[in-house]
Design a binder for this molecule. Sequence first.
Ligand code: BTN
Length: 252
Amino acid sequence: MITLEPLFVGKNVIHFEAIHSTNTYATELISKTNPPEGTCIISDFQSAGKGQIGRYWHSEAGKNLLISFILYPKSLAATDQFYLNIISGLAVMDVVSSFCQDVSIKWPNDIYVQNKKIAGILVQNTLRGKDIKATIIGIGLNINETTFPQDLPNPTSLALENGEIHSIENIRILLAVRLEYYYNKLNAHHLASIKQQYLKHMYRKNIEGSFLLSDETKINGTITGIDNDGRLLILVEGQITAFAFREIRYVI
Ligand code: BTN
């Protein structure tokens, strides 16, 4: 399944020992220059790693993969931008699945091993009218870190899951190969099959569970999928409702 070398994704590598954030650097880079499509920025450490909704992304120096890919998805309409989250989730899931069992994508695109988070993804799109001018796909994948800060709810890493130390560089190449594979599918307009894959691997799909709404109300419901805007669809008391990212969180 996995080819050995990507053709363009991850070919041009910009490496730092330490930087504020690979996503922030990528944003600065595309605002000033025109880096080749597939350029990736990696760093051994981030002093201001960016998580979703303004959170900080923790990673011990030299232990994990911290990477941002720059893509120019010309064939994707801005209204379909959630597919960039989908393909990044699928790519990371494939890589983690080479080493661990029971891997899933927790909406919108956290990668879970059983009930523990092994990777987070931050997709930042620059839109121009109805088009996507550029996208930055930032991925933090926990590889060799084995002790995490207490305040992180449920972290894990490849080393914690299978007791082995892994080559971060090898995993970077595997990831580039899988991202290129799904990106090519996206450019070939295979949107329906990409979405099917995502739905098949969604964490807790079709299983009743509890969720907290933004006003802290607790609801019980069953995830049925996502809508065209990438919102989470939950069946609650016979009715399906769509939730945006800031409107709901899982009770794990
Ligand atoms: C999340 O909150 O789950 C998303 C985390 C994304 C972290 C990665 S690490 C590499 C890239 N650079 C950043 O500053 N953030 C992303």
